[in-house]
Design a protein around this ligand. Structure first.
Ligand code: PLP
Length: 412
């Protein structure tokens, strides 16, 4: 009989990491057949055409120039003051909505999502997100006793499904007085989908309707991948719509340095709050600080310092944006090859606008991914489809992937 020590309430807690096992299989295949012959579509970090995880050159240059004291000294639990102000600028760029704002430094975007769930939903509550979602949202909710509920992200014409959103919000708010809604856009993981400005208008109309009926609604916009979605101001125009919202509609943004600064392992991010009410923002800072202090105490000081140095030096900021744009263009080229070939062979895929991933819908993703492995293509089998990390597949390997997926789907 096995010995158990964990508290009874923790029984059965296990992360079901389907990406990890496909990635392990890809690594084995690379050893056996050589990297040239294997398509490893499981990776969720940007890689150049050499297939090595890339670091933005300006980030490497500035990071390596920092004194040791920046790496070893504690930072305040809410984050360095300059960082908190610069990360708000980085979130909004030129599309800053009117309202009070504040930022809490967090352990990556994951930490930001954690703080939002813990403080803006009740124990036992349902938290709402799209059916196409980053699976860690489920674990983040479960860990603190919340239930993740989903609505259909797309309708039959592959547009944002406002009807599904609206009925899900109404159904939950028949049972709850408040609701946290999490939307990962632009560059949704795992699909690359994004809500348009019009979609956001409709989302906010639904929220305003329920707010008028006495409900409190918090919206978390997860912008983890926003740095690789195109012109920084054009992709943020939707943010202006958050100006002057009623005080019982609170908007937060989960900001991450993992992708935008290629600092995945350095664990730096922020939760940015925006409200028409100063009281709501004051409270946000207090509860956020409490959660940060108790979850990780304080985060990587060197990463925060780097963000401020780069954002406060116009030449460095230009370098960063140029380099990010090169990565974005490269991802775009890879995605274009896939989409063109998918259309040519009638392979359905979730509308991709930008981002690290493209998804092909199927309820037989495990079987299809196993079949694809026979062609030395390794992709992530998700509940709703097959996920391809276009962020890391070189263009020359993209050719032919769509038709092989089509073939695999037809055979299962
Ligand atoms: N949000 C989404 C949708 C993600 O895919 C990720 C990372 O994969 C994150 C947030 C958070 O990443 P990190 O904690 O590394 O900043």
């Amino acid at each position: 009989m096995s010995t158990c020590m964990a508290a009874a309430s923790r029984e059965g807690k296990k992360i079901n990491d389907v990406v990890f096992s496909s990635s392990a299989a890809a690594k084995e295949a690379i050893k056996k057949y050589g990297i040239k012959n294997v398509v490893n579509a499981t990776v969720g970090c940007y890689a150049g055409d050499d297939e090595k995880v890339a670091c933005l050159p300006v980030v490497e240059k500035v990071y390596k120039s920092l004194p040791m004291s920046d790496f070893i000294t504690y930072a305040p639990p809410v984050g360095l003051a300059d960082y908190r102000s610069d990360v708000i600028d980085a979130t909004f760029e030129d599309q800053r909505p009117d309202g009070y704002t504040a930022a809490i430094a967090t352990a990556g975007g994951t930490g930001a999502v954690h703080i939002a769930i813990t403080n803006y939903s009740e124990v036992g509550d349902q938290v709402l997100t799209t059916d196409w979602r980053w699976s860690v949202y489920d674990n983040l909710c479960d860990e603190v006793g919340r239930h993740l509920t989903t609505f259909a992200m797309l309708d039959d014409s592959h547009s944002f499904n406002i009807d599904s959103f609206s009925s899900a919000v109404a159904a939950i708010l028949r049972q709850q007085d408040s609701l946290l809604i999490m939307l990962n856009t632009p560059a949704n993981n795992p699909t690359g989908f994004a809500l348009s400005d019009r979609d956001w208008e409709e989302v906010l109309d639904v929220c305003r309707f329920h707010e008028k009926n006495g409900k409190r609604i918090s919206i978390l916009v997860d912008i983890a991948y926003i740095a690789y979605t195109g012109d920084k101001n054009k992709v943020r125009t939707f943010m202006k719509q958050f100006s002057h919202l009623p005080e019982h509609i609170f908007v937060m943004f989960a900001y991450s340095m993992s992708k935008g600064f290629t600092l995945y392992g350095q664990r730096a991010g922020a939760l940015v709050g925006l409200s028409s009410s100063k009281d709501v923002i004051d409270e946000f800072q207090e509860v956020g600080k409490y959660s940060a202090r108790t979850a990780w105490s304080n985060i990587n000081r060197a990463a925060m310092t780097l963000l401020s140095i780069v954002r406060r030096d116009p030449a460095l900021l230009k370098e960063l944006e140029t380099e990010e744009n090169n990565y974005f263009q490269n991802i775009r080229r890879r995605a274009d090859i896939f989409m063109e070939e998918a259309r040519a062979c009638n392979l359905d895929f979730v509308p991709y606008k930008a981002g690290f991933f493209i998804s092909v819908p199927t309820l037989k993703s495990a079987q299809a991914c196993a079949k694809l492995q026979e062609d030395l293509i390794f992709a992530a089998p998700l509940a709703r489809g097959i996920r391809l990390g276009v962020c890391s597949i070189p263009a020359y390997k993209m050719t032919g992937v769509a038709s092989k997926i089509k073939k695999a789907l037809e055979s299962v």
